[in-house]
Ligand binder design. Structure first.
Ligand code: HEC
Length: 110
């Protein structure tokens, strides 16, 4: 991993920490907060969660699928390179809000 990539990950994780640390009820219910949170994820997963590169597209996936993936990364049942570190401090509620947010966005080709 290059230094540049690490710096980017750090920024994204920081943005996430700020958003989630604010402890606002229902991320998806607050469009401003959702947009900031989305930005932390879309750094890697592409604008609006639709990937333009090698990362998986997360927009438009089933909310239950996204929830399962994020919990899996958090709990270590799903192995990844970076996702486990990014979501390690998220609560079930925060994961659900993120999953619902991205599930509601149009996926690739929609
Ligand atoms: C630093 C880049 C990066 C950031 C930021 C990032 N991801 Fe990921 N994401 C990845 C990579 C890489 C994978 C593949 C698994 C792995 O290697 O960790 C992945 C996999 C996923 C998957 C599984 C998708 C699939 O179809 O298999 C989901 C869901 C996901 N990320 C959601 C998110 C959410 C939500 C956020 C914001 C909280 C986020 N990601 C932030 C890089 C990132």
């Amino acid at each position: 991993m290059t230094f540049h990539t690490q710096a980017r990950v750090g920024t994204a994780a920081l943005a996430l920490a700020i958003v989630i640390g604010a402890g606002l009820p229902g991320l998806a219910a607050n469009s401003e907060v959702a947009a900031v949170t989305a930005e932390a994820c879309t750094t890697c997963h592409g604008p609006g969660g639709v990937s333009e590169g090698e990362m998986p597209t997360i927009a438009g996936q089933d909310a239950a699928t996204l929830t399962e993936a994020l919990r899996g990364y958090r709990d270590g049942t799903l192995q990844g390179t970076i996702m486990g570190k990014l979501v390690s401090t998220l609560s079930d509620e925060e994961i659900a809000a993120l999953a619902e947010y991205f599930a509601a966005l149009p996926g690739a080709g929609q």
